[in-house]
Design a binder for this molecule. Structure first.
Ligand SMILES: C[S@@+](CC[C@H](N)C(=O)[O-])C[C@H]1O[C@@H](n2cnc3c(N)ncnc32)[C@H](O)[C@@H]1O
Length: 371
């Protein structure tokens, strides 16, 4: 399976799109607003550099929808505010929006016209230039030392490919308490290779003193087989397993389907940053996002009551919009999609009514390119 060729979120702005089902990720980005603003302020204040005429940033794995422009507007507003405080003309801002080639870049470009920047002083509004950059962030995307700031949210947990597994991860599609040791090791090996490759590429592209703020789905525990890793994917594996029992999915196909993602721990991330050696860690924080926020935050005006049924439904829609449909269709064929997502929704509704407060663990790390 070639992630670069097939992986993408559901495009457009319709009910099934990532754009309409990414409220939880939006909550996550909002929680990192302070870190992003502080980073931009620090960059503008860097005493050993001349105040930059242009601030060049990249948002890696930007997808399409309101979240794509959210970070850009945070940066633009932070530049406007800091330059006003410093009494400088604001630098021009170049925003490079990156994702895999099959991402819906057209929807982004249409939405760019509506970008609202709420600056306190119109004269301090920086001039902005946007560019779409298709390609994998596990390879080089930008010219050497051309970036001041890199942001990425909820993208780096996706691997460049499925790990090579020596054993079958029986009954699972991700890591769970029944996953063999060797499978966990293979997952971590692939994540390490990808994350180190990502850091190596960015170490070339980010100029000395430049910054990165990376937010990724992760875990709090050192053991990757804990409940946190399995709460979204365990019910999915059960849905597929039931379809195997009913003869709707071949057992071999189920056995060979695993998700190309890894939810790392803070220690794993810190160790890999240290091992690569080009960046220092300024700040690392962990926070929880509640599954309910996929429902509550779907639209700002959605005042409907949050019940267990709707949480299960909202999570199902978000997961379906979030890239897994392409992986399933590629492996099993498109015809299973409606059935498997219907079963998944039921399983999620059952577990959300038994046990509340299911969460997605997020890790934000802020890094500086060593001088
Ligand atoms: C869950 S979305 C996050 C989108 C947005 N940053 C947000 O926070 O809402 C993950 C995005 O990462 C992108 N992605 C995954 N692997 C990638 C890679 N190797 N290179 C570039 N983008 C990638 C996916 O295509 C997808 O659009």
């Amino acid at each position: 399976m070639d992630m670069v060729k097939i992986f993408h979120m559901t495009g457009g702005i319709g009910d099934a799109s990532y754009s309409s089902n990414s409220g939880l990720q939006r909550m996550g980005i909002m929680k990192t607003k302070g870190v992003i603003e502080q980073t931009i302020s620090d960059l503008c204040h860097m005493s050993n550099l001349k105040y930059p005429k242009t601030l060049v940033m990249a948002d890696l794995g930007c997808s399409s929808g309101p979240n794509t422009l959210l970070v850009g507007s945070m940066v633009i507003n932070a530049v406007a505010k800091t330059s006003l405080e410093m009494g400088f003309k604001p630098p021009e801002v170049e925003i490079n929006l990156n994702d895999l080639p099959t991402n819906d870049f057209n929807t982004i470009f249409v939405a760019l016209q509506e970008l609202q920047v709420n600056s306190t002083d119109e004269n301090h509004q920086p001039k902005c230039y946007f560019t779409g950059v298709p390609g994998s962030f596990f390879g080089r995307l930008f010219a050497i030392e051309s970036l001041n700031f890199v942001h990425s949210s909820y993208s780096l947990q996706w691997l460049s490919k499925l790990p090579e597994l020596e054993e079958i991860n029986k009954g699972n599609i991700y890591l769970s308490s029944t996953t063999p040791e060797s499978v966990c090791r293979a997952y971590f090996k692939q994540f390490s290779k990808d994350f180190l490759g990502f850091l190596r590429c960015r170490s070339k592209e980010v100029m000395a003193g430049g910054r990165m703020v990376l937010t990724l789905a992760g875990r709090t525990t050192e053991d990757p087989r804990g409940e946190e890793s399995n709460q979204l994917w365990g019910p999915f594996a059960i849905a597929l397993q039931d379809m195997v029992f009913e003869g709707l999915v071949e057992e071999d196909k189920f056995d060979s389907f695993n998700l190309p993602q890894y939810t790392a721990s803070p220690t794993e991330i810190m160790n890999l940053v240290k091992m690569e050696g080009s960046f220092t860690i300024d700040h690392l924080e962990i926070f929880d996002l509640k599954w309910e926020d996929w429902k509550r935050n779907k639209t700002d005006n959605d005042a409907s009551e949050t019940n267990d049924h709707s949480v299960g439904e909202a999570v199902t829609k978000a997961i379906r919009a979030g890239g897994i449909s392409q992986l399933l269709a590629n492996h099993f064929g498109e015809e299973i999609l409606d059935d498997v997502f219907m079963r998944y929704g039921k399983n999620l509704t059952d577990i959300t009514s038994n046990k509340k407060n299911k969460t997605v663990v997020s890790i934000t790390v802020s890094l500086t390119r060593k001088i």
